[in-house]
Design a binder for this molecule. Structure first.
Ligand code: ATP
Ligand code: MG
Length: 872
């Protein structure tokens, strides 16, 4: 059965059980401080399990793009080596938010696998939670009994907390799980070892395919469990593993999810899959990683040096490195796989088609630059080996190579062993641990349990209409981090504070307590769908009502910049073309930053036209128009632009200024005239095919222009108030150029004079033409002079000295004949003489220079030079 059909069948099966089919959420998580990437199907629904928001549908089914490369779930190092773990994979799921529970979940899973797909019951095993003393939990007999009605009891296995108790994190919703495993081995092998002995034992053909999680507890900060008022179902089935089962294969890579990619890699690299284990691993790694990287880029996460971007960069580099070493590819080729991938999966995930060019460009650039790094690294490794006096290379050196140059450690080990060297693995591990400790210590945070003061189902955001409101605190908790110390997070019943999101910074402001105390809100964020106000202290009486006041100055400036990003977006699309897509934005009170897809640097004329376009919209006094909670499709019909990688609900907010129409949750000005003026400060590239514009408006623009005009009047005054400043600066420049020319000519003359003078001072000492003299020349002129003299005299030994800007310079020239006959070396001599001027230097045997900070020592250095020639 084709994978595309299988995906559809799963969704349709649960649709027939009254589940709503929903789209996969983006693989890249924005606005979630606790997680970088979606790593399980349940992530997008977290706020339902936590009770922070109410779902519209209580039965849902989907296929979710997941990435397991960091944090709690990290399968990266396994990928490629085994045949059933991927970085990026699809998790098929069915969900009950407080609707059905264990019985339906178990019955339907069984029905789908054994009735619909007709997987032989003989090959399936199930596990249930055996209980845990420390947690005070009993065996999950409820699940056991439900399974007993469907399968033989000898197929129901007990599992411990590690395998059969699912937790989202250290805190939060959790519960016992029941897994379904499949045994794909031959009858012969089955006869030797029974399948039940291999369940959860990392056997590549006895694998878990589906995990049914029964969310019924909440783990508190002190580690204890409390029962949840509502019980939920969270299931996750690995799509690629299911394809393996249904297509009669024993490796995910032999299914039609991977074979088109593998065929393409074989063609490009001239290799064959299935003949040599090392090559096979490399091909699996590349065919897996291209998916992770392309999906992430399509959802808006570009490779970069920090955070989520760095994770993506590392995945791609792992693929490049496997190609480089095992497939012998020294030129970029991974980007070429995007085409196959988008053809193959574009129907289910259209973002792969629309973002194809971007993915290709970005990956191509990354490949080029990392291949260069690899080459440099090889060079560095060579010199480390050459300089090493022992056959073991220090862990610290290898760590430097790894940390500073991004050179993969396994490659270092491999190359060293080829050269007959060893790596001090322990030393390397120690360095790695030290670095981990350092970043962990910096990032460590701990949060206490929420203290609930009032029950409230939804914290309304009223910040579009109000910047002040009377609020009460519904819950709070303390969060401690190394970096920021102790902070409090407060949740209100309603709030005028805008939480950081959609590129816009969170509001600041204060809470006024009834007795006149004020507590500052230093930032506002959204976590698991609730708005969190961050403060450094708690108000004294938490039970009272408070006046919550947003800092309107900051809000106004931020709003002005947010409106400007919309106008800028419109300007870019109208001036550069419709290919321009927003790729990220940052809206601060002081400035705005806008990233967009475009293939070349913007010209001065384009930038001017963009600025003019936005300023024209400001002049038109366009007023803000919005429609809240309109259906997504209606907004798109009206011409709103949706962004890729953005998760939109069924209803959206539609924001319009004239012909600029966007889906946006941010805060805006009432009228474009409030922007006052729009100024582009900078335009640059952030990645291949992505440009960034930084700009300012309102107060910042005013300040900028005031400063510029101050500078201008200072320039005017320096130039004695000329009629035409531009002309006057131009003529100064011309004068400067002609003066420089004149100086050059004079220098040539001077050099000639000095040369004649020096030639008269040449002394013959034991057949050597010797000269040691102080001149008034710069380093280049000294060198020139020394070489000119060298061209005219045999057996020459010259030391020149000069004092320039309070520092001393020395140059030593020795005729090649002398270097050979006497074994003299200018490099060594200059080092020796350099001591007198408190400096150092070096060079070659026939010419070397030194610089030092003690011009007083020049005469001594010259005297010393003479002594050398005289053989004293
Ligand atoms: P395993 O023990 O095989 O690593 P898991 O316990 O980590 O699996 P869950 O977190 O329960 O898996 O995820 C649910 C399902 O998702 C699994 O049953 C499996 O089919 C699939 N799955 C998990 N991790 C991966 C992965 N890295 N690649 C592909 N599929 C995966
Ligand atoms: Mg796992």
């Amino acid at each position: 059965m084709k994978s595309t059909l299988l995906r559809r069948q799963f969704l349709e099966f649960f649709e027939s059980k009254s589940h709503a089919i929903v789209n996969s959420a983006p693989i890249v998580l924005k606005d979630d401080p606790t997680l970088m990437f979606t790593n399980a199907g349940m992530n997008p629904f977290k706020s339902y399990f936590l009770g922070n928001s109410t779902p519209k549908e209580t039965r849902v089914t989907d296929t979710q793009k997941c990435l397991r490369v960091s944090g709690k779930h990290n399968d990266l190092e396994e990928v490629g080596k085994d045949t059933y773990h991927h970085t990026m994979f699809e998790m098929l799921g069915n969900w009950s938010f407080g609707n059905y529970f264990k019985k339906e979940a178990i019955d339907w899973a069984w029905e789908f696998l054994t009735d619909v797909l007709e997987i032989s019951k003989d090959n399936l095993y199930v596990t249930i939670f055996e209980g845990d003393k420390a947690d005070g939990l009993q065996k999950d007999t409820e699940a056991y009994d439900l399974w007993k009605a469907l399968v033989n009891e000898d197929k129901i296995l007990l599992g411990d907390k590690k395998d059969n108790f699912w937790e989202m994190g250290d805190q939060g919703p959790c519960g016992p799980a029941s897994e379904i495993h499949v045994d794909l081995r031959s009858a012969e092998e089955k006869a030797k070892i029974p399948g039940k002995d291999l369940v959860n034992r990392d056997h590549p053909q006895v694998v878990e395919i589906w995990n049914l999680v029964f969310i019924q507890y909440n783990r508190k900060a002190d580690g204890s469990l409390e029962s949840l008022p509502a019980k939920h179902i969270d299931t996750g089935m690995g799509f690629e593993r299911l394809c393996m089962v249904m297509q009669g294969k024993t490796s995910n890579y032999d299914t039609d999810v991977f074979t088109p990619l593998i065929r393409e890699i074989e063609t490009i690299t001239g290799t064959t899959y299935g003949k040599n284990e090392e090559i096979d691993i490399a091909i699996r790694v590349i065919s897996d990683h291209i998916r992770a990287v392309a999906f992430a880029i399509a959802d808006g996460q570009l490779p970069s040096n920090t955070g989520a971007g760095y994770v993506i960069r590392r995945i791609l580099r792992r693929a490049i490195r496997y190609g480089f070493t095992f497939l012998d590819t020294q030129t970029p080729f991974i980007y070429k796989l995007v085409d196959v991938l988008s053809k193959q999966m574009g129907e289910a995930f259209p973002e792969l088609i629309s973002q194809k060019n971007l993915c290709e460009n970005v990956i191509h650039e990354e490949e080029k630059s990392f291949l260069k790094t690899l080459e440099q690294g090889l060079g560095l490794l060579d010199s480390i080996v050459n300089q090493s006096s022992s056959k073991t290379i220090s862990g610290q050196k290898a760590f430097e190579l790894y940390d500073t140059f991004g050179f993969p450690i396994d490659l270092t080990t491999l190359i060293l062993s080829e050269k007959g060297y060893k790596l001090d693995q322990k030393g390397f591990e120690e360095e790695l641990q030290k670095q981990k400790q350092r970043s962990k210590a910096a990032a460590q945070t701990s949060s206490s349990d929420w203290v609930v003061l009032k029950t409230d189902d939804q914290e309304e955001f009223i910040g579009y209409d109000y910047t002040e409101a009377n609020v009460s605190i519904t819950k709070y908790r303390k969060v401690t981090s190394k970096k920021e110390g102790e902070l409090y997070q407060l949740v209100f019943n309603l709030t005028p504070f805008y939480p950081e999101g959609g590129g816009q910074v969170g509001d600041k402001g204060y809470l006024e307590t009834p007795n006149g105390d004020t507590v500052f809100v230093i930032d506002t964020k959204k976590e698991n769908n609730q708005i969190i106000h961050i403060t450094k202290s708690l108000p004294k009486d938490l039970q009272k009502d408070f006046k919550a006041v947003v800092d309107v100055n900051q809000r106004q400036r931020t709003a002005s910049n947010h409106t400007a990003t919309h106008l800028l977006h419109q300007a870019l699309r109208s001036i550069l073309g419709k290919h321009v897509e927003q790729k990220g934005s940052m809206v601060h009170s002081g400035y705005l930053r806008f990233d967009f897809s475009h293939f070349s640097k913007l010209t001065q004329e384009e930038l001017q036209a963009i600025e003019n376009f936005v300023n024209a919209r400001i002049k038109e006094n366009l007023s803000f128009e919005e429609e809240r909670n309109i259906p997504y499709a209606v907004a798109i019909d009206k011409g709103a632009i949706a962004l890729f990688g953005e998760k939109y609900g069924d209803t959206v907010r539609f924001v319009k200024f004239g012909n600029s129409k966007e889906l946006c949750g941010g805060t805006h000005v009432e009228n474009t005239s409030q922007l006052w003026h729009f100024i582009i400060k900078n335009e640059a590239s952030v990645a291949s095919g992505i440009r960034r514009i930084e700009a300012i408006t309102s107060d910042a623009a005013k300040e900028f222009l005031t400063k510029e005009s101050e500078v201008l009047s200072q320039v005017k005054s320096i130039l004695n108030q000329p009629q035409d400043i531009l002309k006057s600066v131009e003529s100064l420049q011309e004068e400067n150029t002609s003066l420089k020319k004149e100086i050059e000519q004079l220098n040539v003359l001077k050099l000639k004079q000095v040369k004649t003078e020096l030639q008269s001072q040449l002394k013959d000492i034991n057949g050597i033409q010797f000269l040691a003299h102080q001149v008034n020349l710069d380093a280049n002129a000294m060198k020139d002079l020394a070489f000119q003299l060298g061209g005219e005299h045999h057996d020459l030994f010259v030391v020149l000295a000069s004092k320039q800007n309070g520092k001393a310079l020395l140059a030593c020239y020795i005729s090649k004949a002398l270097v050979e006959s006497k074994g003299w070396n200018a490099g060594k001599i200059i080092k020796y003489l350099g001591k007198h001027i408190q400096g150092g230097g070096g060079g070659q045997a026939f010419f070397a220079t030194a610089g030092g900070k003690n011009p007083e020592g020049i005469s001594q250095a010259l005297a010393e030079a003479k002594a050398i020639v005289e053989g004293k």
